[in-house]
Design a protein around this ligand. Structure first.
Ligand code: SF4
Ligand code: SF4
Length: 429
C-alpha cells in the first residue's frame, strides 16, 4: 500500500468522526505543555481540532498560520490520555500534518536529512560533518556539548548539542563483529539491538553501555546490519511515505536473523518499532504477518532487563559511588508504551543509587513531535519547568531512557543554570 496524497487526506477525513467526539470541555488545555507556555487556544488540542475541522469544512485555507498551529505540539500525548472522551488527538494532529506535507511538501533541509538517514547508518555526508563540526560549533563551558556559533537550519542559535561521534556506534569494529549470529546461543536468550540515530550518531557510549549490560544479563546480543532511522522524526513531521520506507528497510534488516527479542535504548525508537511500524506496514497483506512477528518482539531495554531477563535478581551489577538520581519519564516510554515501573525498579536496584522523584516526572521535556526543529524557542521554553523540577529534587543526576530527552535536558539544564548531570538508566546498571 502506498500512502499517497489522497490517502493522507482520506485518513484525515476518516478521523472526522473522531473529531466529533470532542465536547470542548477543555481538560486537554490543563495538561498541554505548549498551551502552558503560549496560553493561546490554538496551542491546545481543543484549538487544533477546531482549526482542522474548519479546514475540512473548507472554511479555512491551509496557510502559514494553520501550519504553525498544527506544528505547535510535541505529540506528548498528555491531551489524549487525559481526554474524558478518549479523542485520538495525536492521531488527528499527525494526520493533519501528513495531509499538509502531501499538499505542500516538506521543508527542503528536513527532506535532505531524512533521505540521508534512510540510505545508510554511516552516510558519507555525516562522516564529513563530523570532521567539519568545529566550523559551526564551539566548545561549551561544560564537558559534554557544543554550542552553535550562529543560527543553523534545523538547529537554531546558541543551542547546546552533543558533538557528532568521531566513529558512529554501528561502525565500531566490536559492534560490527556482533552483526552475524554464530551458531547456537547456548540456551541464552538471543537479543537483536536496534541503535537508532541518537545512539548511533551522538551517544555511542549509550550503545556500548547497553550491549555491556545485556551481556551481564547473560543474553546473546546481535546488532543487525542494514538498520537505519526508525522513521519517527519523519512521521511526526508529516512525511509518512519516508517513514514507511524507513520502517520497511528496518523490517528487512531484522528479518535476516531469528531473535527472541528486539530491543533499543531509545524510547522514541521503541515506540516507533512497536506501534508506528504496525500502523505503516500492516495494511499491506504481504507485510501484515511479518510486521506483527517483528513488533511483538520489541521491548524497551528497561522492560527487557527488568521483566524478561530478570536482571534485578540475576544480573551482574556494576559499582557506582553513592549517588542520588531523579527519573524523567520519556513521553514515548511512560505514556505511550506504559513502561513506568521497569526503569524505576532498575534504578532502585542499582548499587549505590538512591531514587528521588521529581514533581511531574511524566511532563514532556519539550523536544518531541519535531518541535525541537520547527520551533526551538518554544521547545526549550517547555524545558524550563522540567529543569526547575529537576533542580528542586537536589539529585546529583537526572536519568532517563531516551537519547532525545537527554539532548534536550542537557541543553535546558545548561540554559537555566542547573548543574545536574544527565545520564541513561543503562549507565547505572
Ligand atoms: S479533553 Fe477531549 S473532549 Fe475535552 S476539549 Fe480536549 S479533546 Fe475535546
Ligand atoms: S500532544 Fe501534548 S503538546 Fe500536543 S496538543 Fe496534546 S498535550 Fe499539547
Amino acid at each position: 500500500m502506498n500512502i499517497s496524497t489522497d490517502q493522507a487526506m482520506s485518513e484525515l477525513k476518516q478521523l472526522k468522526e473522531e473529531m466529533e467526539k470532542c465536547v470542548r470541555c477543555g481538560t486537554c488545555r490543563s495538561v498541554c505543555p505548549t498551551f502552558r507556555v503560549i496560553g493561546r487556544e490554538a496551542a491546545s488540542a481543543r484549538g487544533k481540532l477546531s482549526l482542522i475541522r474548519s479546514y475540512l469544512k473548507g472554511e479555512l485555507e491551509p496557510g502559514e498560520d494553520y501550519l504553525r498551529h498544527i506544528k505547535e505540539c510535541t505529540l506528548c500525548g498528555a491531551c489524549r490520555t487525559s481526554c474524558p472522551n478518549g479523542v485520538n488527538t495525536t492521531g488527528i494532529i499527525c494526520a493533519a500534518r501528513a495531509d499538509y506535507v502531501e499538499k505542500k511538501g516538506m521543508p527542503a533541509a528536513a527532506s535532505v536529512v531524512f533521505k540521508t538517514l534512510r540510505e545508510s547508518s554511516s552516510p558519507l555526508v555525516l562522516r564529513l560533518a563530523t570532521k567539519m563540526q568545529g566550523l559551526f560549533f564551539k566548545d561549551a563551558p561544560i564537558d559534554s556539548g557544543l554550542l552553535s556559533r550562529f543560527s543553523l537550519p534545523l538547529i537554531g542559535n546558541g543551542r547546546l548539542m552533543p558533538p557528532l561521534a568521531k566513529t558512529f556506534f554501528l561502525d565500531f569494529p566490536e559492534v560490527k563483529s556482533l552483526s552475524v549470529q554464530k551458531g547456537s546461543s547456548g540456551g541464552r536468550p538471543r537479543i537483536a539491538f536496534y541503535a537508532g540515530c541518537g545512539v548511533n550518531y551522538l551517544m555511542p557510549n549509550i550503545g556500548t553501555a547497553s550491549l555491556d549490560v545485556l551481556k551481564r544479563a547473560d543474553a546473546e546480543v546481535i546488532v543487525p546490519t542494514g538498520q537505519v532511522c526508525c522513521g519517527m522524526p519523519a512521521y511526526s513531521m508529516g512525511d509518512v511515505e519516508m517513514a514507511r520506507s524507513m520502517a520497511l528497510k528496518n523490517l528487512e534488516a531484522f528479518e535476516a536473523g531469528e531473535f527472541d527479542f528486539i530491543t533499543t535504548s531509545c524510547a522514541t525508537c521503541g515506540y516507533g518499532l512497536k506501534t508506528l511500524f504496525r500502523k505503516l506496514l500492516s495494511g499491506t497483506p504481504e507485510l501484515a504477518k511479518r510486521v506483527e512477528a517483528f513488533a511483538s518482539k520489541v521491548r524497551d531495554i528497561t522492560e527487557l532487563l527488568a521483566n524478561d531477563l530478570d536482571f534485578i535478581r540475576k544480573g551482574k551489577k556494576k559499582e557506582n559511588g553513592p549517588t542520588s538520581v531523579t527519573y524523567h519519564d520519556p513521553c514515548h516510554l511512560g505514556r505511550n508504551q506504559g513502561v513506568r515501573e521497569a526503569p524505576r525498579e532498575l534504578i532502585s536496584a542499582a548499587n549505590g543509587v538512591r531514587l528521588k522523584e521529581m514533581k511531574h516526572p511524566c511532563s514532556c521535556c519539550g523536544l518531541g513531535g519535531g518541535l525541537g526543529i520547527s520551533n526551538y524557542g518554544l521547545s526549550i521554553e517547555i524545558t524550563r519547568r522540567k529543569a526547575e523540577s529537576i533542580r528542586d529534587t537536589g539529585a546529583q543526576a537526572v536519568v532517563t531512557a531516551c537519547p532525545g530527552c537527554m539532548v534536550q535536558l542537557r541543553d535546558g539544564l545548561f540554559r537555566y543554570g542547573v548543574g545536574t548531570k544527565v545520564a541513561h538508566v543503562v549507565e547505572l546498571l
